[in-house]
Design a protein around this ligand. Structure first.
Ligand code: SAM
Length: 453
């Protein structure tokens, strides 16, 4: 494909999704796939689109240094952002070529005034270079601009964890993490899968988070037969640890209250080796159907998902029904910004407060369904204390028969036991800690198994 066409496509995508606040990997990937590009073009297009979105606030800072208070058409702004992104972050294409392409695109779309403007701004950037972040005096603002996070979010993390940790989190959100997969123990062993993938040229190592996990350091699993035939599932390592900490045993009756798209529900069902039963729910029926599809692909007959608000599960299940309960709650998602950069632009402090309320209600309404000797795992893929430690602390204050299960901490992998993420209420994994998603998880149980009767 010509450079002109590729960059025109990139601009179209950015215009479509960049301001909507609803872009997702899936949506962008599907659009790119539809065009049937050559592999090399597809990779460059993906890189330009994601990179521009990922660095949006930094690129805005650059633009403001060249253009004072000028109202720009949406497409002109995105064209300048994507050109800046390539000039500053990529060394694949020389600046003059990036500028020429941008000028050609402008000619195609508008009149000579705009063409001159685009050319002028990009030539100034080429001549003068981009402004240094050192010129920003406020350290929080400097990190916010350099890593393209909103100010309030960096400030919030600095208040919760200190400035240096907040900075490390922000920078780690710009890196890519290695992909990890979970083997299906009903079909193969981890050693066999590692051997097979190594023979086929992938560089893989065993995960220390889960004995079903494998980290792919080099190579792609997406076109490998083991992936296509359901021998392995793509899942982040922190996410795998959640189902590990549920401490599942054969024949148990398990509830996964917020289950879509089914990563953890299928992990749990695999651990049961098709015995027992996993009752899975999700607020959205369509999403619950995805869980059923995933279970079918993996050959799991002990998992069934339905659409339902989990805060009303006490209308369909009796008290003391479940051996294990997983509440992988809806959350702000601040632990997964690396793969979903839209989160940092769209979520607000109000969202955090509203989500904490929902999380509390989920715990409150679901906990009575736990058997006397059962265990509840509560998890989120966020790093905000309001949705994690604070929700658990408040829940335990109003439900004094329950406690954080002290054996949860003993069962953590050794390298996590002593880390900075261990709190009195659970384990917080940060995205800059282990090249995984950021996650919070904890396990609750009755203080005295029969005292609540
Ligand atoms: C963090 S995701 C769950 C991820 C899933 N456990 C996995 O591992 O693939 C949270 C899910 O909760 C669902 N949800 C939100 N509010 C809910 C509610 N009141 N009842 C049940 N599910 C809800 C969302 O639709 C979303 O799919």
């Amino acid at each position: 494909m010509s450079n002109f066409l590729l960059r025109t496509k990139a601009l179209e995508l950015l215009e479509r999704v960049g301001d909507s606040g609803a872009f997702s990997h899936l949506m962008i990937d599907q659009t790119i796939k539809k065009e049937s590009f050559a592999e090399h073009d597809r990779r460059l297009l993906t890189e330009i689109v994601y990179g521009t979105l990922q660095h949006k606030l930094t690129l805005e800072f650059f633009l403001n240094s060249f253009v004072k208070k000028k109202k720009l058409d949406k497409w002109v702004r995105w064209l300048l952002y994507m050109s800046f992104y390539q000039m500053y972050y990529l060394d694949k294409v020389p600046d003059y070529a990036i500028i020429n392409e941008a000028v050609e695109i402008s000619k195609n779309r508008s009149h000579s005034g705009i063409v001159k403007f685009v050319n002028g701004v990009l030539r100034s950037a080429q001549r003068e270079g981009f402004p240094s972040f050192e010129t920003i005096e406020d350290p929080i603002e400097q990190v916010a601009i350099e890593t393209s996070h909103p100010y309030w979010l960096v400030e919030r993390w600095a208040d919760a964890y200190g400035f240096e940790k907040a900075k490390a989190i922000c920078f780690s959100n710009l890196e890519t993490k290695p992909m990890s997969i979970r083997i299906n123990p009903m079909k193969s062993t981890r050693d066999d899968v590692i051997n097979r993938l190594s023979q086929d040229g992938l560089n893989v190592v065993a995960s220390t988070f889960s004995n079903q996990g494998i980290v792919i350091k080099e190579g792609s699993i997406l076109s490998h037969p083991l992936f296509k035939e359901g021998f392995v599932t793509i899942q982040d390592q922190s996410s795998m640890l959640v189902s590990e900490m549920l401490d599942v045993n054969m024949d148990q009756t398990i509830l996964d209250a917020c289950s879509a798209p089914g990563g953890k529900a299928t992990h749990i069902a695999e651990k049961l080796n098709n015995s027992g039963h996993v009752y899975a729910y999700d607020l959205h029926k369509k999403k619950a159907n995805l869980v059923n599809e995933k279970a079918e692909q993996l050959g799991l007959i002990n998992l069934r998902a339905k659409g339902m608000d989990a805060r009303q599960l006490d209308t369909v299940h009796d008290r003391y029904t479940f051996d294990r309960i997983l509440i992988d709650a809806p959350c702000s998602g601040f632990g997964v910004i690396r793969s979903k950069p839209d989160i940092k632009y769209t979520k607000s402090e109000d969202d955090v407060i509203q989500l904490a309320q929902i999380q509390f209600e989920l715990l409150q309404n679901i906990a009575p369904l736990l058997k006397q000797d059962g265990k509840i795992v509560y998890s989120t893929c966020t790093i905000d204390p309001t949705e994690n430690d604070v929700v658990i602390a408040e829940f335990l204050t109003s439900h004094q028969a329950l406690e954080v299960d002290p054996t949860f901490f003993d069962e953590l992998p050794d390298f996590l036991k002593e880390g900075e993420g261990v709190t009195p209420f659970g384990l917080q994994i940060f995205p800059d800690d282990h090249q995984t998603d950021g996650f919070f998880m904890t396990r609750l149980r009755y203080k005295e198994p029969s005292s609540h009767e």
